[in-house]
Write a protein that binds this ligand. Structure first.
Ligand code: ZN
Length: 121
């Protein structure tokens, strides 16, 4: 199974698969060859809960081709709980900023052709 597929499978369970440096504990979202913090080469898988707080987002009311049926939605960057990692995903039914104050709690629920799918908590 590819690393990408493993990652996708975990998001469908509401989890985030990350690579943890065995030397310093720094977490990486994607496969890397050297730790971005200490340069070591050893990693182990760690699974985080797919919950976090909204840092910023873009509301899409005029979607790209193929995404018309999903509009309006927000493309959200969230700060994952219990880590310093940021992850972005798709949050349906967001039409205006009042629908999604910065700092709102969201969770990962699924993964499909839109990418990571989020839901408000
Ligand atoms: Zn490290």
């Amino acid at each position: 199974m590819s690393a990408k597929q493993e990652f996708v499978d975990k998001t469908k369970e509401g989890k985030v698969l990350v690579k943890k440096c065995t030397k310093c504990g720094h977490l990486h979202l994607s496969t890397v060859y050297f730790c971005q913090n200490c340069g070591a080469r050893g990693f182990e898988n760690e699974v985080l809960d797919g919950k976090g707080s909204v840092i910023t987002y873009t509301i899409i009311t005029v979607p790209p081709a193929g995404f018309e049926r999903y509009a309006p939605y927000a493309w959200v960057v969230l700060d994952l709980d219990n880590s310093e990692l940021h992850i972005s995903g798709f949050l349906p039914n967001i039409a205006e900023p009042a629908d999604l104050p910065v700092g709102s709690k969201v969770k990962i629920t699924d993964f499909d052709d839109r990418g990571i799918i989020l839901e408000k908590l």
